[in-house]
Unconditional design. Structure first.
Length: 135
């Protein structure tokens, strides 16, 4: 069973902001750190769509602070199984920079479309509330 907003998911996204979290990942029984570090927005999105147990929830930084996408401390995060050195996060083609990515994510979150459809998402994730009374 998987749960939303576990510490592991937060570590996954914030490793560049807090390299000391790397120690926690290195001690994880499920494998080495380079393959467990967030490195590509598109690949993470595809995994969430295709792998039933991969249900990562976006953290507030996706909408507020683009710094978590950059390896500003130049931490040696290793090389993953794809042979790619893990440094800054690879962004989708529609984002020209980490700041542009964050601003577009925030604009989407604050859009009329999301405002209209947010109650459907809440019902899907948390279930429809039965309050036992009628307004």
């Amino acid at each position: 069973m998987s749960h939303y907003s576990t510490p592991g998911i937060v570590f996954y996204y914030l490793i560049r902001r807090f390299p000391s979290y790397l120690t926690r990942i290195q001690n994880d029984e499920f494998g080495g750190p380079p393959d467990r570090i967030f490195f590509d927005v598109g690949l993470t999105w595809q995994n969430c769509l295709k792998v039933l147990s991969d249900n990562k929830e976006l953290i507030p930084e996706f909408y507020l602070d683009s710094n978590f996408l950059q390896n500003t401390f130049e931490a040696d995060l290793g090389e993953n199984h794809l042979g790619r050195k893990v440094t800054d996060v690879s962004l989708p083609p529609w984002a020209s920079s980490p700041l542009d990515f964050t601003l577009k994510m925030r604009a989407a979150l604050e859009s009329n479309h999301v405002t209209i459809h947010l109650p459907k998402w809440i019902d899907l994730v948390f279930g429809h509330l039965q309050l036992g009374y009628r307004a």
